[in-house]
Design a protein. Sequence first.
Length: 320
Amino acid sequence: MEDYIAWTIQHLCDQAKGRKLADCSEMSASCELLAWGLLHRCTAKKVSLPTAEEARVRFSRLLEMVRGVGPVRAKRLRESEIETLEQLESHPYLAVAAKEAQAMLRGGPTQALLRHLGRKLGGQGRFASLLALGLTSPDEVAWLDLETLGLFNSVIFMAGVGHLEKGKLFVEQYLAKAPEEEPLLLERLTERLAAFQVVVTYNGTAADLPWLRQRLYYHGLADFEPRCHLDLFPLLRWRYVRQEPRLTSASLARVRRELLGWPEPVCEVPGWAVPHLYHAWMEKSSEGLLALIADHNRDDVCATATASQLLAEEALKAWT
């Protein structure tokens, strides 16, 4: 195993020779190095999310989200031609609960709404939470991925933030070229994330957000909590590993290859190799090593955003 790790790292170091951080790669239409610690990438990816009308219509038919309405009662209500939340507002016993659900939806995508859907409907509710992305403007949604030195509460040295501009995905990458620059990265990152209504991650509930909070606490910086956080990992695992088995595991690398159908990158960097490459960068100061990490980070952000679109499209079909 040690020989394999050493060979892989050496192979990646060879691939990194001559590369620059601002170089374009196969998934970047352009890449601008705005400052040493910030990369701005216009990717070749277009991502679409549910529209406000699509989300409103689907949620209006989701009677099961109303307090006091389960699958059996929802079926009976539909048989009696009560098919929307608006119609349910005139029900003699469920009117108050229906109005509560409507008020929750009018508040847009909030953590309270996502928790309610998950608790009320289980896996189906978490799946329906993808529709909540349509309750806000597309430019109010961000996709986050962090690169760290491996062990929990170790340094965050790169963060990728994806966002949409006219349907095209841009990725901003914040870089600490040395561990002592981490506080500046964290300040810039949290300031940027605070501008978004929804932050989407892949396994961010267990990894990215707790890690970010721990590093902020370590440096004595203000805590950060997104206004609304949507973690795709449990949604995608529930949908494509358990309910409709199309994947044997829900790792992001497997999602890219088997679910999204992306080709293998010219130089694939496995997640476990990222800390090794950063240590190699600190020893050799080869910018190409950072370029490989930046490509890996960008690909993860792009995959998370593309998976959001796929899951949202499936949710729209499920409640037509």
